[in-house]
Design a binder for this molecule. Structure first.
Ligand SMILES: [Cu+2]
Length: 197
């Protein structure tokens, strides 16, 4: 925990390294009740893609911190993109179908938060008997760890909201053999091979 705090304080000097991300949302009937919701960072873009042939809009509602309106767009595969620069919430809807097409884009501040990108990782020991250690170069935000056997069958999957530089997985229950451990974080994927004894 102490390490994480120090990293955050240290990173205030490097705010501009934040990379912008484009998020994709399908835009069709039934995108409501949370399906149209996203939480993004300041400077990120949302791209809505029309998934039917009806006319729709992407229109911010009163109460949105930003004002945006695609106007009426018709055609499967058509898109509308908007880049969010203001921190806050943005309820929006299709003005033709407000009940069945709506959502909320929540924009988080990037101030004071370092972007910790997965830049690969090392594992030890290899071969492993009981506990596989994963060594990351940085602390990571939301991260998924998956283990696949040689046949491509997933035998382990965990997703955590944050992960320390050194983490371990209990693999004592796995059969002897060759496995792949895949780590996915912020749309970056890295895989390592290990042998379970
Ligand atoms: Cu619509």
């Amino acid at each position: 925990m102490k390490t994480k705090l120090l990293l955050i304080i240290f990173s205030v000097a490097s705010l501009n390294v934040f990379s912008q991300v484009t998020y994709d949302l399908d835009w069709t009937f039934g995108i409501s009740g949370g399906a149209g919701d996203l939480t993004i960072n300041q400077g990120d873009t949302v791209r809505w893609t029309w998934r039917d042939s009806s006319s729709h809009t992407v229109t911010s509602l009163a109460g949105s911190v930003e004002t945006f309106d695609s106007g009426s767009i018709t055609g499967n595969g058509m898109t509308y993109s908007y880049t969010f620069n203001t921190v806050g919430t943005n309820p929006y809807e299709c003005s033709f179908h407000p009940v069945s097409m709506n959502g909320v884009i929540t924009v988080q501040s990037t101030a004071g938060v370092e972007e910790f990108k997965l830049q690969g990782f090392s594992i030890s020991p290899n071969p492993v008997l009981n506990e596989l250690s994963l060594n990351f170069e940085t602390y990571l935000d939301q991260t998924t760890i998956q283990i696949y056997n040689i046949l491509g069958k997933q035998v382990h999957a965990t997703t955590v909201s944050s992960i320390d530089k050194l983490s371990s997985i209990d693999v004592s229950h796995l059969a002897k053999g060759v496995y792949l451990v895949t780590v996915i974080s912020e749309q970056v994927t890295h895989t390592r091979r290990f042998i379970k004894n």
